[in-house]
Design a protein around this ligand. Structure first.
Ligand SMILES: C[S@@+](CC[C@H](N)C(=O)[O-])C[C@H]1O[C@@H](n2cnc3c(N)ncnc32)[C@H](O)[C@@H]1O
Length: 235
């Protein structure tokens, strides 16, 4: 005589095997990712303060570590660097050390909570060459023709007016200065390489080089010199 084995059901969802449970969790994560992406696309909500530490972990450090990003942007001693959407200073602090006493870092963010934490960290590290600016990108609060490098790391998709922000960065750079844009998945605000290029070239930047792959990439753009711009217009 045969007896049917009554398997216990997991969590009351009718999930009868671990494989189905893993499938269910994966499905929920994918659905949550799609929802977040849709929300991020239409509501430009800045990364919440409580999530500010999420990029400061060993995995992120390997994929988009501050040292690697500063090398990609060619940041060196004595330079003036603008870090737009600096958060709590994951990149601004090492940038301050990298440019040294003869250089300067301006760290701009829309959220006062991020800047408060950054200021505490600046004090802890005893750095005197990092200035914080509490402002929205593109609102006209940075010097013109002043910076050698500008960084936009995981920020572009959070900006309600990316073109305005890029125009401001263009004006803020000296001729020959570089803008370095980094985007990474699974950031719900992720912007594709094509979109980053269209936006940056749309305000006059010239594409210079690309690093990484479709999941994590950095694109560098150069602000042409006035003679190059003149040459472009007259030819
Ligand atoms: C994902 S975090 C990245 C922080 C930092 N760049 C990093 O890589 O660790 C995005 C940052 O952009 C800032 N942000 C969002 N919208 C902004 C805006 N309109 N103007 C300036 N900063 C903005 C957020 O407050 C947040 O600190």
């Amino acid at each position: 005589m045969e007896f049917a084995i009554d398997r216990p059901k997991l969590g009351g969802f009718g999930v009868e095997s671990p494989i189905r449970l893993v499938g269910l969790i994966f499905g929920i994560l994918v659905a949550a990712g799609i929802c977040l992406r849709l929300v991020a696309r239409y509501a430009h909500i800045p990364c919440p303060f409580w999530l500010s530490g999420v990029l400061q972990n060993p995995l992120a450090e390997r994929r988009i570590g501050s040292g690697m990003l500063l090398r990609r942007a060619g940041v060196g001693r004595g330079m003036k660097v603008l870090d737009v959407g600096c958060g709590t200073g994951r990149i601004a602090l090492p940038a301050g050390e990298c440019v040294g006493a003869g250089g300067e870092v301006v760290a701009l963010d829309i959220q006062s909570g991020m800047l408060r934490k950054l200021r505490a960290r600046i004090e802890q590290h005893g750095l005197i060459n990092i200035r914080t600016v509490h402002a929205a990108a593109g609102s006209g609060n940075v010097e013109r023709d002043y910076f050698d490098r500008a960084l936009l790391v995981g920020v572009l998709g959070e900006l309600p007016s990316p073109t305005e922000a890029l125009r401001e960065i263009y004006d803020a750079l000296v001729p020959g200065g570089l803008l370095s844009v980094t985007e990474m998945l699974p950031d719900p605000h992720y912007q594709s390489r094509g979109r980053v290029r269209r936006l940056a070239e749309g305000v006059g930047f010239r594409f210079r080089e690309s690093f990484g792959n479709a999941f994590v990439f950095t694109l560098n753009f150069e602000k042409p010199s006035p003679s190059e711009i003149y040459g472009r217009i007259s030819s």
